[in-house]
Design a protein around this ligand. Structure first.
Ligand code: ATP
Ligand code: ZN
Length: 294
């Protein structure tokens, strides 16, 4: 039996490119070509299953895949609407494909806020998450499930409001709608099941999870180098965002100056650099970090 780890990924769409890019940054070599369902990773015992995003939670739950990458919105919806408990849970948040599931309505219509929803009809592709919100809010409303083009529902008289994914709000605006309530914040997540894996697959998964954690950590991290007056070292190091134990070294021929180097695990803003300069720091360099392992 093959002991390759199987990862379910969206074949094409708003999750696909970033999912492939993440795995490539983790050192996996593969090419996605043609219409195939399966792509083999050349340099690790991993197979990629390329499917529709909606199928990913059940693929993981039903053992067609060991892990998957999917939008949290889809995972939660599948969990809420599955006939029996779905054995698929978040093992890591990935930070890309961020979007929100929002309630929205026409700015001139009868629904302006959540309190107007009572007794109305809501069109959505997310009946599970919407019903959970209504229940938690003590609102009774009718749900109409649509497979797409939800934003057209109010104008054709199907519903007074909609519950749909929003990232920039441009699609809503183009249809004369405005969001009035966020019911779920979503990002891409790595999901797994409670099943035990063979030692070989568990080993591959462990390595992959460590690499993903390293990629996510290094994405925001920067290596910062600067020269500082000796008497300002305390103030300067306390300004470095998310760094512990910076390296402090003497500078040849400069008794009043030291060189400071540190890994900053949080975003280094221009304002931070301006603050450092105001404290006397000079020759400030901010360098990207390609890989990290701790
Ligand atoms: P499929 O054919 O795989 O079923 P789909 O049409 O259902 O694809 P996409 O539009 O590709 O789905 O969106 C996939 C996921 O990407 C969504 O479920 C959501 O998590 C996320 N997403 C949706 N809209 C955006 C957006 N505008 N920006 C970033 N991420 C988004
Ligand atoms: Zn889908």
């Amino acid at each position: 039996m093959s002991d390759r780890l199987r990862i379910a990924l969206q074949k094409k769409g708003r999750l696909a490119e970033d999912s492939f890019a993440l795995l490539k940054k983790c050192g996996l070599r593969f090419s996605i070509r043609g219409g195939g369902l399966l792509a083999r990773v050349k340099n690790m015992p991993i197979d990629l299953l390329l499917v529709r995003d909606d199928d990913i939670p059940s693929f993981v739950a039903n053992n067609a895949a060991d892990i998957g990458i999917v939008g949290e919105n889809v995972l939660v919806e599948e969990q809420l609407t599955a006939k029996s408990t779905l054995d698929a849970n978040i093992s890591m948040r990935l930070g890309f494909s961020r979007c929100k599931l929002c309630l929205a309505a026409s700015e001139t219509g009868p629904v302006q806020s959540a309190k107007d929803l009572q007794g109305t009809t809501i069109a959505t592709t997310y009946p599970g998450v919407t019903a959970r919100y209504l229940k938690e809010s003590g609102i009774t409303a009718k749900l109409v499930e649509m497979k797409g083009a939800v934003e057209l529902a109010p104008s054709i008289g199907i519903a007074e409001s909609i519950c749909d994914l929003v990232s920039s709000g441009a699609t809503l605006e183009a249809n004369g709608l405005a969001a009035f309530e966020t019911i779920l914040d979503s990002e891409a997540v790595l999901i797994g099941s409670g099943r035990e894996l063979s030692p070989e697959r568990a080993d591959t998964l462990d390595k992959l999870l460590n690499r993903i954690a390293g990629v996510l950590k290094s994405a925001d991290s920067k290596y910062i180098m600067l020269n500082a007056p000796k008497d300002a070292v305390g103030k300067i190091t306390s300004l470095l965002p998310g760094s512990d134990a910076p390296t402090i070294m003497p500078l040849a021929g400069q008794d009043d100056l030291v060189a400071i180097q540190a890994v900053c695990t949080e975003t280094v803003f221009w304002e931070t650099l301006e603050g450092l300069k105001a404290l006397g720091a000079r020759a400030i360099l901010v360098l990207p970090i390609e890989k990290m392992m701790s």
